[in-house]
Design a protein around this ligand. Structure first.
Ligand code: 0RA
Length: 652
């Protein structure tokens, strides 16, 4: 049935028109509902549908959720839950299925017990997915029958109809994102895998599967993976810490509820110096933390401190022990479920509900006291580690205080190596971090000095993943970077939050050679930013420059190329009809092979350059990747590089 016919259907009353307007609003401003219309928003469509099935699993009625990527990049999500009710919705006078699929935020209306999310990226309802899909088919198995309804751009093509008998129960949703709305239509297996895997840890006992039916360039058959966790967050913590050395044999794992708030917490200590706290509210990653995290930290410090004092483990300690010391080498995942979460912050990923703080604090305190009673050996190991951290922190504080005062800075207090820009409006200013003094020199000549500053970094900067904190503040290159940016790390009382009040640039652009060394240096810089200046990444200030890989020339005609395909195309175009004249291909291995004008034209001119924005899509995954790439263990690093060889080759 055509769209026109569906609209003319006599069943469509005034109430329905309003509904259609609701979905029209989603189509007009999709970003307001799903964040954006890039790859990120596209993948959020899948998460949204899967989340609905997860809710059914949380209600205790669904054990398996299957996601299928079809050959045409349409998606099917199948669950074995009760099936969305198809019976008439009393108020709306039409099938409940149709209401769920076409009314904004109608998803949770039937089921008061489930934890629905208001605001944030998820929880916008499956009707948003419907609105943003060229075509969607909902199939329900229920009451011994099979029912179906299809939609175009959110509009039903016909009433819900029964199509036969079925012994199964469940909901199957198949959708094809609207190509007039999304900039990107290709689903990434790895992106979906990360989220499904995360969901399997967050919802233990639920089996999630991912099947990719698309043709693969290597000629392999369909890809299929299963994600299932028996151990939940305890396994998640072990997964995150796979390449780190744990101090205690098993993660500490608490599961239960307090004041009606279900919660799930696992943590362990490792030999690294970083704190890795990952938190979730209603399965949503609260990247910016919030009240639940505060409650957890507060309890952790207080409970361990009381325990250490009670056991006389601090007798010979001359320093004050701070909350920080209890968090060094800590990897923790915290997941709570709240009926009406309030999300705040820049990216709406910070929990604001004040009741969560006390509930988490009191829950963790009770559980941790009981744990320490039963595990004195683990308690002792952890406290000893904390005391060592306190000693190192003492040294680090001194080093940190020295950072701003050390020599090597010019009269404005800026590093001598920095070629600053003349504008002082941070919103307009860019800082290029350039590999090596030579490329730094070219960049200084090529730049627009009005708003572009250059900071050359010498060779490989310190690997912060392996260094003690005070070593980091001793490092010349790192000090220069802090000073040039105008940021500093706050006091322990401020939770050592990065202070960005005086941040001097809102674009920080990493520019390295397009080779293996260059990508290594990029990774080192990113690791430093991720561990010590995460806020800059969260605020969207960090970018990676993309210098060209080739210059294809014929006579005076020139084309810069960023991939092998680009290059082949350029060769074709320049060859044109005449076969005799030769086309010259220059491979740029480093920035140093370009002159100032070329570097400006290809990589620095805001009108022509391509910058890749660095974002933290998934904090647990990024953390794991950095720890692995920069850590001591060789085997997982080799495995990663082999698995990602396709990408590595582009750089090679
Ligand atoms: C409300 C009530 C019932 C099922 C569902 C919602 C439901 C929704 C979704 C979304 C995806 N999969 C789902 N599975 C179930 C059942 C009420 C009843 O059977 O009494």
């Amino acid at each position: 049935m055509s769209k026109k016919k569906a609209n003319q259907n006599s069943q469509y009353t005034a109430a329905n028109i309003q509904v259609l307007e609701g979905l029209e609003a989603v189509r007009k401003r999709p970003a307001m509902y799903i964040g954006d219309v890039s790859a990120r928003g596209l993948h959020h469509l899948v998460y949204e549908v899967v989340d609905n099935s997860i809710d059914e699993a949380l209600a205790g009625h669904c054990s398996e959720i299957e996601t299928i990527i079809h050959e045409d990049n349409s998606i099917t999500v199948k669950d074995n839950g009760r099936g969305i009710p198809i019976e008439e919705h009393i108020k709306e006078k039409r099938s409940a299925l149709e209401v769920v699929m076409t009314v904004l935020h109608a998803g949770g209306k039937f089921d008061k017990d489930s934890y629905k999310v208001s605001g944030g990226l998820h929880g916008v309802g499956v009707s948003c997915v419907n609105a943003l899909s060229k075509h969607l088919k909902a199939e329900v198995h229920r009451n011994g029958f099979m029912y179906v309804q299809e939609y175009e751009c959110g509009k039903p093509l016909y009433d819900v109809k029964e199509t036969g008998k079925s012994k199964l129960t469940g909901t199957y949703v198949t959708f094809k994102p609207d190509d007039s709305i999304f900039q990107v239509l290709e689903f990434k297996f790895d992106t979906l895998r990360t989220r499904l895997k995360e969901l399997s840890y967050l919802n233990k006992g639920v089996k999630l599967t991912l099947k990719d039916l698309r043709e693969h360039e290597n000629g392999n058959g369909p890809r299929y993976e299963e994600y299932y966790s028996e151990g939940g967050l305890a396994e998640f913590v072990q997964f995150i810490d796979k390449t780190r050395e744990s101090l205690i044999p098993e993660p500490v794992y608490f599961e239960g509820e307090k004041n009606g708030i279900p919660m799930d917490i696992a943590f362990q200590y490792n030999t690294s110096y970083n704190e890795n706290l990952h938190s979730y509210v209603n399965n949503i990653n609260t990247i910016e933390g919030g009240t639940h995290i505060s409650g957890f930290r507060r309890s952790l410090t207080r409970s361990f401190k009381n325990y250490a004092e009670k056991e006389g483990l601090l007798k010979n300690v001359k320093f004050e022990i701070s909350g920080d010391d209890f968090r060094e080498g800590l990897t923790a995942v915290l997941s709570i479920k709240i009926a009406e979460p309030q999300f705040e912050g820049q990216t709406k990923t910070k929990l604001g509900n004040s009741e969560a703080m006390g509930a988490v604090d009191s829950f963790v305190t009770d559980e941790l006291n009981a744990y320490l009673d039963e595990h004195p050996k683990e308690g002792r190991i952890i406290v000893n580690k904390v005391v060592l951290s306190a000693q190192a922190r003492h040294a680090a504080r001194k080093a940190r205080e020295m950072v701003q005062r050390k020599s090597g800075f010019n009269s404005a207090g800026l590093p001598g190596k920095l070629a600053d820009c003349s504008s002082s409006d941070p919103a307009l200013c860019e800082l290029y971090l350039v590999e090596g003094d030579s490329a730094g020199g070219t960049a200084k000549q090529g730049r627009n000095r009005e708003f572009q500053a250059i900071l050359p970094l010498r060779g490989k900067i310190l690997n912060v993943e392996k260094a003690l904190e005070h070593k980091i503040y001793d490092n010349e290159e790192i000090k220069n970077l802090f000073t040039a940016l105008g940021v500093h790390i706050g006091t322990e009382e401020d939770d050592k939050m990065l202070n960005t009040d005086k941040l001097r640039y809102h674009k920080i652009i990493i520019m390295t050679d397009a080779d293996v060394d260059g990508s290594h240096i990029t990774t080192l810089i990113l690791t430093l930013l991720y561990r010590y200046m995460k806020k800059l990444i969260e605020n969207g200030y960090v970018y990676i420059a993309t210098p060209p890989l080739y210059l294809v020339k014929k006579g005076s005609q020139e084309k810069y190329c960023w991939s092998d395909d680009d290059r082949d195309l350029a060769v074709q175009q320049l060859k044109g009809e005449s076969k005799e004249s030769s086309v010259n291909i220059q491979r740029y291995k480093g920035l140093g092979e370009m002159n100032a004008e070329q570097l400006w034209k290809t990589t620095m001119d805001p009108d022509k350059r391509t910058l890749r924005k660095v974002s933290i899509e998934n904090a647990a995954e990024s953390d794991r990747t950095f720890s692995m790439l920069m850590g001591d263990e060789v085997a997982p690093r080799r495995e990663f590089i082999e698995q990602n060889a396709r990408y590595a080759k582009i750089d090679a």
